[in-house]
Design a protein around this ligand. Structure first.
Ligand code: SF4
Length: 304
């Protein structure tokens, strides 16, 4: 049955000239069939470089919007239209405009986990991997950081010369990982290293041997001489970690890290999306151009 769905998806991807993207947090079976797996912005950039006419984005809404921002000539499909991101939904354009009015002239740095409209209201975007470099690249001493307070507070430690005004948003999945759970995992596995995402709470991040993005986690675990890791991010990441490191052991820090939105998309959803060519995610040209500018400013920040 699954093989049948696989072959139908493959045939449709070919006939529609489509590329299938899966975020690192997607279900294993979706990652297994994807043409490209990765983090949200990396996937959108990779897809924009392909000659595909259609992007099928297995992820959540803001990710498909980023793909639409960078690939205006391609049709972007999000197989589950109800796959949203609670953190991205915690900031509204109206609220951000009010905050900007309270701090005139203070640049807005927006994490890519945000809607296209919020990006369009921002000066520059950042990812969890480049946030420190992006903030450092700004001349101003004060910045507004949107929407993830945990990522903002994490990077602020490395930028004592800057004053941060935080939007009090957060990722509910990462916030559910408690300090006591992590301490318990560490006690159960004293020989394991603990690595977590900067969307984790400051107390949890303070316990980590390493704090990094999902892409950073693959690299760090691959290069590390350690054999055992406690993982503090959405469990979808375990699929590729285990595939790439068969000699290493990966333990999830907390079952509460599961993001229900990231688990919505099934292979059947991918198939029906390709059959019906819906739901299409589009961004108005006015918003797209402004949001693209904030993304391009980020991409122009030197990596080293
Ligand atoms: S894991 Fe967190 S940031 Fe990512 S989609 Fe789920 S709620 Fe949003």
């Amino acid at each position: 049955m699954t093989r049948d769905v696989h072959s139908q998806i493959k045939e449709l991807l070919k006939s529609r000239n489509a590329v299938l993207l899966a975020h690192n947090y997607m279900r294993d079976e979706v990652q297994e069939i994807a043409d490209i797996t990765g983090d949200s912005l990396g996937l959108s950039i990779e897809a924009s470089k392909t000659g595909a006419d259609v992007i099928v984005f297995c992820g959540v809404h803001f990710m498909a919007e980023s793909a639409a921002i960078l690939s205006p000539d391609k049709t972007v499909l999000l197989p589950r239209s109800d796959a949203g991101c609670p953190m991205a939904d915690m900031v509204s354009v109206e609220g951000l405009k009010e905050l900007k009015a309270r701090y005139p002239g203070v640049p807005v740095v927006t994490y890519v986990n945000s809607s296209a409209e919020v990006k369009a209201c921002s000066d520059i975007c950042c990812t969890s991997a480049n946030a420190i470099k992006v903030v450092k690249s700004l001349q101003e001493d004060e910045i507004i950081f949107v929407p993830d307070r945990n990522l903002g507070r994490w990077i602020a430690q490395f930028l004592p010369e800057k004053r941060f005004i935080y939007w009090e948003g957060y990722c509910p999945s990462h916030e559910r990982m408690t300090l006591s759970e992590v301490l318990q995992r560490k006690a159960e596995h004293p020989d394991a290293l603990f690595v977590c995402h900067p969307e984790s709470t400051p107390e949890v991040s303070a316990l980590a041997d390493h704090v990094c993005s999902t892409s950073g986690m693959y690299e760090w675990c691959r290069k590390s001489a350690a054999k055992k890791f406690i993982i503090g991010t959405e469990p979808g990441i375990l699929y590729k970690l285990r595939l790439e490191n068969p000699d290493k052991e990966f333990i999830l820090a907390s079952e509460a890290l599961v993001c229900p939105n990231m688990k919505l998309t099934s292979l059947d959803d991918v198939l029906s999306s390709l059959q019906s060519m819906t739901p299409v995610i589009a961004v108005s040209e006015n918003v797209r151009l402004k949001a693209k500018m904030a993304l391009e400013r980020m991409l122009a920040v030197p990596r080293d």
